[in-house]
Each structure stands twice: as structure tokens, then as C-alpha cells.
Design a protein. Sequence first.
Length: 65
Amino acid sequence: MDKLDIPPVDEFIEMIADSGGRIYACRAAMDMFHCTKNDLCEQVEKILTIGGFYENSAGAQIIFT
């Protein structure tokens, strides 16, 4: 990661949130790994299904899926 000049995950998440990006968790992954919102970092806004994700992001630029 250092060779590619990519910040550590926690720093990268903070940068995205601080610049106005919204971070969502995948409902299927959360269910598969038996996780709850309490298991996630505070920057995760919601846990969404893929349909909910596309509904919430309508008209926005999707950078990572």
C-alpha cells in the first residue's frame, strides 16, 4: 500500500467521509458474517441492500461498489 501511496484503510475512510462521501455497508455481507452496525466504524451511514444502495445513490456519482 505504501508503494502505491494509498493511505491505511481507517485514514482512507476518514478522508472519504470528511470530503462529503457517504459510506454504506452491504446487507448481504453483514448477514453472511453475522455483523451489526455496532461492528462498523462510525462513518458507515447505513446498511443497505443492493437495491437500496442504487435507490439512495440515484443521480450521484458511484465511485466504489
